[in-house]
Design a protein around this ligand. Structure first.
Ligand code: PMV
Length: 324
């Protein structure tokens, strides 16, 4: 048996967001979510279990990690060890080709790639559903980076029924995600802590209650390639999540002034007839979703706006896969 495996996974951008858990330990979400994997951006992770190691090691972008991030990886490897009844520690080495912790869901691609590389290195051959469930234990949104293309996370009722499935292949619709990066700093409150605050917002119960309607509208718009319907529900859902964040106790405000300027500008462009809309995750960067024919002028126009440091382009991508 080969003991070292390398896997690649892409981050994903949520059109309908996951925010808040019904079970924090198992990362069972309060509501379903829909996303698209993003090509161009990727995590590449190699795992090797080795009986001679005295503890797990984790190298990220060439630097050995200690404390919190090593602990999170180690806890995740415990799930894999438990599945195979092993006590071997592992060497994990990972690279991201995009900024970590700045609202570009690095944890999604990281845990999807880690789930695949670690499960294979431990001798497991999980099917897509079980791989998605495993990735979910590392970071909820990671379960959506396992299947291909456009993906829906079925919230489920327990560990066995909460996983993501592909609802359309990557070539179904020529969407691009132009990520206007306004900050590359690590966000002050990570999403694992943020999810725990969702319950403290008086708006959250309503957001969860009518999530099935937004999921249906998004799924329908996506399958029919209806950009106008898609833009309405994507912006509503993102604003709803940020309203919940801002009305939590303590309040969570991820936006920066440049975020507001970008959102305003995207609305103006849409009013002028461009097929563009915006969504924001747990960070200040703005994901501008657009039809592929808008890509070139959009990238240039975003770079000219105040506070925009960089524009990353993602297109619909495959799910997690092994590298030879
Ligand atoms: O998977 P987590 O715990 O990093 O949560 C992701 C939360 C959002 O990015 C804000 C929304 C989402 O559905 O991706």
């Amino acid at each position: 048996m080969r003991s070292e495996y390398t896997a690649i996974a892409h981050p994903n951008i949520a059109f309908i967001k996951y925010w808040g858990n019904r079970d924090d330990a198992l990362r069972l979400p309060l509501n379903g979510s829909i996303s698209m994997n993003l090509s161009g951006l990727e995590s590449r992770t190699t795992v090797q279990f080795d009986e001679a190691l005295e503890h797990d090691t984790f190298e990220l972008n060439g630097e050995f990690q200690s404390s919190a991030s090593l602990q999170r990886v180690s806890q995740f490897l415990d799930y894999v060890r438990r599945l195979v009844g092993s006590t071997s520690y592992a060497r994990v080495s990972s690279t991201n080709n995009f900024p970590t912790g700045a609202g570009i869901a690095s944890s999604a691609s990281a845990f999807a790639a880690l789930a695949l590389a670690a499960s294979k290195a431990a001798g497991l051959d999980l099917d897509q559903k079980d791989l998605s469930r495993l990735a979910r234990l590392g970071s909820g949104s990671a379960c959506r980076s396992v299947p291909d293309g456009f993906v829906e996370w079925l919230p489920g009722k327990d560990d066995a029924s909460s996983y993501a499935v592909s609802i359309a292949p990557k070539d179904h619709w020529g969407l691009v995600d132009a990520v206007a990066v306004v900050s590359q700093e690590h966000k002050p409150i990570g999403s694992t802590s943020g999810h725990k605050l969702a319950h403290t917002s008086p708006l959250n119960a309503q957001r969860v209650l009518d999530a099935p309607e937004r999921l249906k509208n998004c799924r329908d718009a996506l399958l029919e390639r209806d950009f106008a319907g898609f833009a309405d529900v994507v912006e509503l859902d993102s604003n709803y999540m940020h309203a919940v964040m801002r009305t939590s106790n303590p309040p969570l405000v991820y936006w920066e002034p440049a975020t507001e300027v970008l959102l305003w500008q995207v609305w103006q462009w849409r009013k002028q007839g461009h097929a563009v809309c915006a969504t924001v995750d747990a960070g200040p960067n703005v994901h501008v979703l657009a039809l592929a024919n808008e890509r070139d002028w959009l990238q240039k126009a975003l770079l000219e706006l105040p506070g925009v440091k960089n524009v990353l382009i993602g297109e619909p991508a495959d799910g997690a896969r092994l590298v030879d």
